[in-house]
Design a binder for this molecule. Sequence first.
Ligand SMILES: Nc1ncnc2c1ncn2[C@@H]1O[C@H](COP(=O)(O)OP(=O)(O)OP(=O)(O)O)[C@@H](O)[C@H]1O
Length: 272
Amino acid sequence: MNLLEVKNLKVIDKEDKKEIVKGVSFKVEKNMCLGIVGESGSGKSMTAKAIVGLISSNLKIEGYAVFDENIDLFNIKKDKLRKIRGQRICMILQDAMSVFDPLYTVGYQMIETLVENKNLSKKEAKKVSIKTLEKMNINDPQEVVKKYPHQLSGGMLQRCMIALSLSMEPDIIIADEPTTALDSINQREVVEVFKRLRNTTGTSLIFISHDLGIVKYLAQDILVMNNGEQVEYGSAKDIFTNPKSHYTKYLINARLELTETFNKSVNKGEAV
Ligand SMILES: Nc1ncnc2c1ncn2[C@@H]1O[C@H](COP(=O)(O)OP(=O)(O)OP(=O)(O)O)[C@@H](O)[C@H]1O
């Protein structure tokens, strides 16, 4: 079953009529992960933001995006879209600091979000928050919920943000470069959380990254974007074994070179 179907999505600057996203089409099935890859400025974030109606007012959207077979995301009332965005489609951003309010503890914010969106009592919401933080491999969730955002490391806060999204039990999570701000150890842990997500919750995932290695590890389908265009779309297996576009070949080769340099340095015992 297609949970999300996007057809010929365009994001256009109203002023100079420039197409920032130039007609992108893809499907996300239930319990599947779509990876969107491309270099900086290729339109990955803009594609994701357009789907959930989070683009600035100088831009307009064309094409269509159907969620859960019959919800036309580009033609529903704003309050309905807001509800879907909070409850059924969750977006995880690069910078967790921008999501949490510095004036309240992380626990307070998780509980408030759950009470508002999931109709839980505060007590139930606290239980769910602690449980989901545990799932994130956070050792001492009882203590973590008492902390203010600035008292936690970037990696910890990022995991709290992912925990909050998971606790909402959405149908789909859109994760936009969720590991970029993290060091490599935290990066690996967060990627593992996403890997487990499919097996444990059945939530679908759109994972946006410029790192083809991570996307290969997580996604069954891949959309490659360059300069706002969809240059390739298909199963991860096909794209890696038989890339059709020069750009995809270039991305794969760049990735291989990086891995080889890394392996050589490790073998030589050099610091990396
Ligand atoms: N509000 C806006 N108005 C016009 N153009 C914009 C606006 N916001 C972003 N852009 C442009 O849209 C293009 C695509 O940006 P986008 O953030 O989607 O790229 P990206 O592939 O996600 O890159 P990154 O990996 O750096 O996040 C960029 O050239 C950017 O400058």
